[in-house]
Design a protein around this ligand. Structure first.
Ligand code: KG4
Ligand code: ZN
Length: 343
């Protein structure tokens, strides 16, 4: 079954055709990063205008020469005016083609990215429906640890209480005047600096009993607000700043916080694999540290190819094959849901 996936939740206009939930037949991503760069972050009105301008072209390019049996689209979480552009396009197209429409959760889709493979390359085995997976969705908007007792059954067991990891990267980059998006810039600077001689920054451990935990365990959650404040204070009190040292130390604090919570989560379940998804999963130090952690804990680390780590339509199309619950008339009436939850 070939599914066309459409994604417009943030600053990428994307569409792809995926066969049977894994084989990517086409994948087109138009990134708006240059549009938002001068503002140091995504401007929702500019994002939706750019989606409107590009969506036809992107979908047309993804569909060229492909048979399409169904359409899938992100309905949340994300920016409302941006989500609406994709939703409206998808509804219109499904109607015109007389094929089913599937409405997909963006975060769940990030967790499906390790199962994507390019047409003509060696196939990746599909998820095993009887295996218990730990999912780590780590992006500009989310940092969630998700228990899947079976593939597709989601329970959030840990999360950030404030900023997402990607947001923590982006805000630090803005503070240090290093540009947008911050993640890739900080990653490169930190990689060149190394992990020697680091400044000690808070490792994002929330206090037990704070109300923001809303029932979750503190040792499975992170909070990056203290880290952000510590960075600001450090910058204000050190006029002769060693920027690479600060960046490497800040990144290490995020990576160690994430790795620590992941270790705790892994030890609490009967997990066979850790599934890593979302833009921050591109971070080279995070990949290295989680790789070592998984080797020690004897679980498999499932990560996407770099081109599928950021937002794309292939993950939406692929997940739709497995999650066909919100389809047909139900999907036709679904609304953009900016704060859609997972689990
Ligand atoms: O998944 P994504 O493309 O969009 C959302 O759903 O949010 O993630 C974007 C986020 C941004 O915050 C960006 O700074 C971060 O992913 N990011 C990285 C790296 N590449 C992208 N963070 C750390 N290291 C990277 N190499
Ligand atoms: Zn995303």
């Amino acid at each position: 079954m070939n599914i066309l996936g459409i994604e417009t939740s943030c600053d990428e206009t994307a569409a792809a055709v995926v066969k049977d939930g894994g084989e990517v037949l086409s994948n087109v991503v138009y990134t708006q990063i240059p549009i938002h760069q001068p503002y140091g972050g995504v401007v929702p009105e500019l994002a939706s205008r750019a989606h409107v301008e590009k969506i036809r072209e992107v979908i047309g390019a993804a569909m060229a020469g492909q048979k399409v049996d169904a359409v899938a689209v992100t309905y949340g979480p994300g920016l409302s005016p941006a989500l609406l552009v994709g939703l409206n396009a998808a509804k219109g197209l499904a109607r015109a083609l007389r094929v089913p429409l599937f409405a997909i959760n963006h975060i769940e889709a990030h967790l499906h990215t390790p199962f994507l493979f390019d047409s003509g390359s060696s196939p990746v085995p599909p998820p095993d429906s009887d295996t218990e997976y730990l999912g780590l969705a780590i992006s500009g908007g989310h940092t969630n640890w998700i228990r899947m007792r079976r593939y597709g059954e989601y329970e959030t067991i840990g999360q950030t209480l404030d900023d997402a990891a990607g947001e923590a990267f982006d805000k630090a980059s803005k503070l240090l005047g290093l540009g947008y998006p911050g993640g890739p810039v900080l990653d490169k600077i930190a990689r060149e600096y190394g992990i020697q001689n680091l400044i000690s920054f808070p490792k994002g451990r929330p206090r037990e009993g704070v109300s923001a935990l809303s029932g979750l365990r503190a040792d499975l959650c992170v909070s990056f607000s203290g880290l952000k404040t510590a960075l600001l204070r450090y910058v204000q009190t050190h006029p002769d700043l060693n920027v690479p040292q600060v960046v490497a130390s800040y990144q290490e604090a995020i990576v160690q916080a994430v790795a620590d919570r992941t270790r705790t989560a892994l030890r609490q379940g009967n997990y066979r694999a850790l599934i890593l998804g979302g833009g921050v999963s591109l971070n080279s130090r995070l990949r290295q540290v989680l790789g070592q952690l998984c080797a020690t804990e004897k679980v498999e680390l499932l990560m996407a190819k770099p081109k599928y780590c950021g937002d794309n339509g292939a993950m939406i199309a692929a997940l739709a094959y497995y999650r066909r619950n919100l389809s047909g008339p139900a999907a036709m009436h679904v609304d953009a849901t900016p704060s859609l939850e997972i689990g």
